[in-house]
Ligand binder design. Structure first.
Ligand code: SF4
Length: 464
């Protein structure tokens, strides 16, 4: 996974501590996440078979991941048969190289883009800029982020951290064709963006997209969106390049039925999304290139516990219910994937060699709300705990855990340790532990050590 997005040093606790000082950010996040989560709960509640749908989504994804090699080859064959060209990219650098070469081969220096997590993950816009190609985001929220020289902070609503008056200021400052008297009325802001983008749609000869799903049996790609910008990008330009993670595969057309019910309800809280675009290979007047992106995914697939993260359909429901995300915001995660899914996906894709990535599995209260809402039943707390064990720990912590394991593994040793602790209780500070242990008591009190352990009390009373 590219580190291009990482404009942020430090680690999650440090970034989150800074973010929670920003009351405007906390207000924006709370309002937006609560609105979407309430809408989701209402439309999910309408379906009596939601749990069955969820189980079906999980089963289809697990089956696909188990046979990913076979289905990817089937997809390649179907796309090629339909006149498209399939490219395989091992990592971000390779994917960016392929896309840059394809764009340069057209002679164009501008491309329009449909919102795509995969292209953000590989830092495509920055890579294209180095090659003299300007990428224009056409999703409204992505446009706000791009014009504001900002980072996305939510999977579905990348500009969730901005309120409408901030958006108005960005438009007036960065959009040359914004009307002088632009108000912060949402309809006026949307209209200004629409007029700004229309000219780009009509002018651009190359478009870049991702895809929500790819169907192996037919070679069809599927994009779900709400604004119609995707439909314009996918149909108007003469060259279409789609960069898609290899896990976005579904075996058959029939499987799509399940996900077209799960995704809109879980993401925007709608029964159906307004625009569903599907295309298969090249069509008359348009060349199609599909770049299949690995970028760490086969490594994730090899991990028995962590591989379930590849079931993710990027609905963002887990972000909207997460108490940590609601307070810290998306930027604190330092990745294109924030919130609970980011806390398990980023360390697996990027590894845990940086302070930031090693801290992400700890960015959770383990309350389990993310698991409850996940439409493909990813057990995020289970993966978090597994990653915590794999994260690098200091020598003192490792030694402490080893000693604790030795004590806890024996009833006799545990009883002796409890009796020793009871005898030493008057020497234990009441509020703050000394030295390096102080970090533990910065946010909690030292628990009272009882005069007698429950084990001893039980034995004494049983004997009596
Ligand atoms: S982990 Fe589940 S809830 Fe979170 S974005 Fe992915 S599919 Fe949605």
């Amino acid at each position: 996974m590219s580190a291009t997005f990482l404009g942020m040093p430090g680690n999650f606790p440090k970034n989150a501590a800074e973010a929670v000082q920003n009351s405007q950010l906390r207000f924006n996040l709370r309002k937006a996440t609560h609105t979407i989560r309430d809408k989701r709960a209402a439309v999910v509640g309408e379906l009596p078979d939601w749990q069955e749908l969820r189980a079906a989504g999980k089963a289809i994804k697990d089956h696909t991941l188990r046979h990913l090699d076979r289905y990817l080859l089937q997809l390649e064959e179907a796309v090629t048969r339909a006149g498209g060209t399939v490219h395989w990219a091992r990592d971000a650098a390779e994917a960016n190289r392929i896309v840059a070469d394809l764009v340069k081969a057209t002679g164009e220096t501008e491309v329009v883009k449909v919102k795509s997590m995969a292209t953000q993950e590989i830092g495509l816009n920055e890579a294209l800029a180095k090659e003299g190609v300007t990428a224009y985001e056409t999703d409204l929220a992505e446009l706000i982020v791009q014009l504001g020289d900002d980072f996305p902070s939510h999977i579905l609503v990348p500009a969730i951290h901005r309120n409408r008056s901030e958006i108005r200021e960005i438009f007036l400052r960065e959009m040359p064709d914004a009307p002088a008297g632009l108000s912060d009325d949402p309809a006026a802001l949307a209209e200004a963006a629409r007029l700004h983008l229309r000219e780009r749609f009509l002018r651009s000869k190359v478009a870049i997209s991702g895809a929500n799903f790819m169907i192996a049996e037919t070679g069809t790609l599927v994009v779900l969106e709400s604004e119609g910008n995707g439909r314009m990008c996918l149909t108007l330009p003469r060259t279409l390049i789609s960069v898609v993670g290899i896990e976005k595969l579904l075996p058959t057309w029939r499987d799509l039925e399940v996900f077209l019910q799960l995704l809109p309800r879980s993401s925007t809280g709608e029964r159906m999304n307004p625009y569903t675009s599907m295309w298969t290979g090249s069509v008359e007047g348009q060349d199609f290139h599909l770049v299949l992106l690995d970028n760490g995914r086969t490594g994730v697939l090899a991990d028995e516990v962590g591989r379930q993260a590849l079931r993710c359909i990027r609905c963002s429901a887990c972000l909207n219910v997460c108490p940590v995300y609601e307070r810290a915001g998306g930027h604190a995660y330092g990745s294109v994937y924030p919130g609970p899914i980011g806390a398990i996906l980023t360390p697996q894709l990027r590894g845990m060699s940086s302070d930031l990535d090693a801290s992400l599995p700890f960015a959770s209260s383990l309350c389990g709300a993310c698991y409850d809402v996940c439409p493909v039943a990813i057990d995020i707390p289970e993966v978090l705990v597994d990653l915590r064990a794999k994260a690098p720990h200091g020598a003192a912590e490792r030694a402490g855990m080893k000693a604790a394991g030795w004590v806890l593994n024996s009833e006799r040793r545990l009883g002796a340790a409890q009796r020793l602790a009871s005898r030493m209780r008057r020497f234990v500070p009441k509020r703050r532990l000394p030295g390096p242990l102080a970090a533990w008591t910065d946010t909690r009190d030292v628990p009272d050590i009882p005069e007698e352990s429950f084990r001893d009390w039980w034995e004494r009373n049983e004997r009596a």
